[in-house]
Design a protein around this ligand. Sequence first.
Ligand code: AMP
Length: 477
Amino acid sequence: MGKTYSCCSKPPFHDIHEECGIFGVFGHPEAANLAYLGLYALQHRGQEGAGICSSDGKTLHLEKSMGLISDIFNEKRLKRLPGDSAIGHNRYSTAGSSVLKNVQPLLANYALGSIAIAHNGNLVNAEQMRNELETEGAIFQSSSDSEVILHLIARAKSEDPYERITEALKDVRGAFSLVFLRENEMIALRDPFGVRPLAIGKVDDAYVVASETCAFDIINAQYIRDVEPGEMVIINENGIRSIQALKSPRKAFCVFEFIYFSRPDSYIYNHTCVNTIRKNFGKQLAIDSPADADIVIPVPDSGVPAAVGFAEQSGIPFDFGLIRNHYVGRTFIEPKQSIRHFGVKIKLNPVRCLLEGKRVVVVDDSIVRGTTSKKIIKMIREVGGAKEVHMRISSPPTIGPCFYGIDTPTRQELIASTHLVEEIRKYITADSLSYLSISGLRGIVPNPDDYCTACFDNKYPIMFPREKSAQMELSFA
Ligand code: AMP
């Protein structure tokens, strides 16, 4: 289920989120159109605003607006993006920083020409670096982390554009999957830990890069490989070339991409199918926490693959017992005379003929604050007429906020950081509640030591500036 967390509830440094989708194409006559389609497929990664920057070999052209890709771009606007290379960006919606100037790509002129950037991830020392740059006289146009990177590139000394980017990024800490566009080349780069995914593909003779491979399918591109942690991939008229720009101390792929964020039809992290992993989470859950029940239903859409896995493993029939309204917009008017569970009702409704008198297993991917589960369970009993409701969650309890690009509320607001499973069960009024265990999760993802699981174990792989970690009482893996 889509959910927006208000950024007012976060600590001040945590109000800029870069939970996004990025796309790039070099060497295709329809570059802007491909970028449009790629971003269309990546819309789930960000709905606040989007943009495309193209190059005709001499000049970079930028079009961006607030809103959804399909609302922003039409044929006329795409025609204003000439050239055979383009990069694009979908930005996630969070209040406060929801303004056009933060919508990417960001475009700047510097000593070596023009450069545009599209960034997915969150920097943990952006505030500190920004303060330093401002003290030295830099003027910022946006409140986005990514602009810090542009300033650092502009200030770096090297005449070699690749060394310049490397130099700029050497002190930047956090998650950054990046794609840059220059007049005659595209450069893709992933942070040393590889927190956010970034894949390389090919369509005809053109190279493409994208946060997820669902963006390749829509344009008939072939998934080749990922940009490796710390790797810089340079794509220009000479073909494709790679530099290990930043030393990678370890991998820390975000495991929440598998649980919730990526689309199930995508392959991420070295050709791993998201749907298969999600389904296996559900199977494991059924092995570890079986339920005596008549029907398994998912919380759509994110709970679907795990519910299929749970049903397959347990032999309990699967059905769509909750129907999601796919046309719910961002704003709606709540009736004056308050209707119970209105917020959830507008998105989901139980199918009474499936649930009445039944013992129901409800599978969702995660519990954050607990409000969704509580409302859904109430609705399944009151409107659906279920006899028993057994909640199964296909991830471990969420106990740590993410500082690397997934939008989560503060630690205090994460119900599992302050409550035991039995207390959460009571709060959401389930007959039983079980989560996937951390060992269960580790048994399913390939090379389990290569993941960031800080949201489940509080072990943060990328260090924060000292004062921030003290303030947050964080421990580092
Ligand atoms: P809550 O009501 O706070 O417990 O939220 C739980 C619901 O939010 C689940 O249905 C999840 O699918 C969904 N969810 C989990 N993480 C996120 C996220 N980062 N952004 C939006 N929705 C999320």
